[in-house]
Design a protein around this ligand. Structure first.
Ligand code: SF4
Length: 100
């Protein structure tokens, strides 16, 4: 619920807390995001994780965080471990940056 507070010193101010984006993986089975490898029988699991990430509003910051932390396992920001390794191997030297 929003309340509008009017003061004499300032313009009307909303007291509503800004809504924070909710990650698409919230409430999902975490195991989906940690397949055993990138090929074979784990491919459907990997695909499902990537589909969830594809509709996540935090996909860029999630990927950047995973790259900065050097996450070795799991799907982060829509990329598997192998894909993140490939991305970091190809990137230019310097600070990490994921385009939004
Ligand atoms: S991008 Fe990150 S935060 Fe978003 S659904 Fe995928 S793992 Fe979760």
């Amino acid at each position: 619920m929003k309340y509008i507070v009017v003061t004499s010193a300032y313009a009307p101010t909303s007291t509503a807390v800004p809504e924070r984006p909710r990650p698409a993986c919230a409430g999902q089975d975490p195991d989906i995001f940690f397949p055993e490898g990138d090929l074979g029988p784990t491919l459907p699991q990997l695909t499902k994780a990537k589909q969830i990430c594809a509709r996540c509003p935090l996909i860029h910051s999630c990927l950047q965080g995973a790259l900065e932390r050097g996450e070795e396992h799991g799907v982060w920001g829509g990329l598997s471990t192998a894909e993140r390794h490939e991305l970091t191997a190809r990137r230019a030297p310097g600070p990490l940056s994921v385009a939004a």
